[in-house]
Write a protein that binds this ligand. Structure first.
Ligand SMILES: N[C@@H](CCC(=O)N[C@@H](CS)C(=O)NCC(=O)O)C(=O)O
Length: 231
């Protein structure tokens, strides 16, 4: 049995972490049986969620877990893709995970309105007295990480523009296809779904969110994936 360790969900999405949503989306897409469990990043094999335990083997990192599952269970959802499609999928995935992600982190941890909405989700996981103190320490660390990564150095309008450009590119790649590479989903759709669902579900208005809401192909795609795999 595969155990998926992840952060809990909120606002109708399976986890507050897009990487956890990605891995759960992939597992659902694969049809492999799995059990979802709470994963505390402090206890994670590499200090981050998600991770899986597959017949006793621990695998940290959503992508490493996917590669392990594909190899072990001989999953073929990406087998039909051409080398060019594989390369484009890789570029889309890395853009969302290594670029857009930090925009989403800022929307939740940095932006004051986002923080007001995000903080309560984490406070529920912590003891009442120490919770607010712990959260303000973690917030300071996250803002420091955003500065270190670079996203935190842009002004707010620039940050929104970066997020908007990433999702505009995704919208153009998707076009009018049901999934990124045709009529059936591949592993790359798990990432695209996760980041779209994470942005669209977060209950705070923003220029970035309004832009994505105006891309009807992205909204339909997110809803299509959710209806097929998360209901
Ligand atoms: N490359 C990792 C990224 C995972 C990641 O960044 N997880 C965040 C939550 S969204 C985390 O655990 N952060 C805790 C920390 O950095 O201390 C993956 O694909 O799993």
């Amino acid at each position: 049995m595969i155990h998926l360790y992840q952060l809990p969900g909120a606002w109708g999405v399976s986890s507050v972490s897009p990487f956890c949503v990605k891995l759960e989306a992939f597992l659902r897409l694969s049809g492999l049986p799995f059990e979802s469990k709470f994963g505390d990043p402090r206890k994670a094999p590499r200090g981050k969620v998600p991770w899986i335990q597959d017949d006793g083997t621990l695998i940290a990192d959503s992508q490493r877990a996917i590669e392990h599952l594909v190899a072990k269970h001989e999953l073929t959802m990406d087998a039909r893709l051409s080398p060019e499609q594989q390369t484009l999928g890789h570029a889309i995935r890395r853009t969302l995970e290594e670029g857009t992600y930090f925009g989403l982190v800022w929307l939740r941890w940095g932006d004051p309105a986002g923080w007001d909405a995000y903080k309560p989700v984490f406070l529920e996981l912590l003891p009442p007295v120490v919770g607010p103190v712990v959260m303000s320490v973690i917030r300071r660390q996250m803002i420091g990480k955003l500065h270190g990564q670079g996203m935190g150095r842009f002004d707010d309008q620039e940050k929104h523009q970066l997020i908007i450009k990433d999702f505009s590119a995704l919208s153009r790649v998707l076009g009018d296809k049901p999934y990124l590479f045709g009529d059936e989903p591949t592993s790359f759709d798990a990432t695209a779904y996760a980041f779209l669902a994470s942005l669209l579900a977060f209950p705070v208005s923003s220029a970035a969110k309004s832009h994505v809401e105006s891309c009807s192909n992205l909204v339909d795609y997110k809803n299509r994936f959710a209806a097929r795999y998360f209901t």
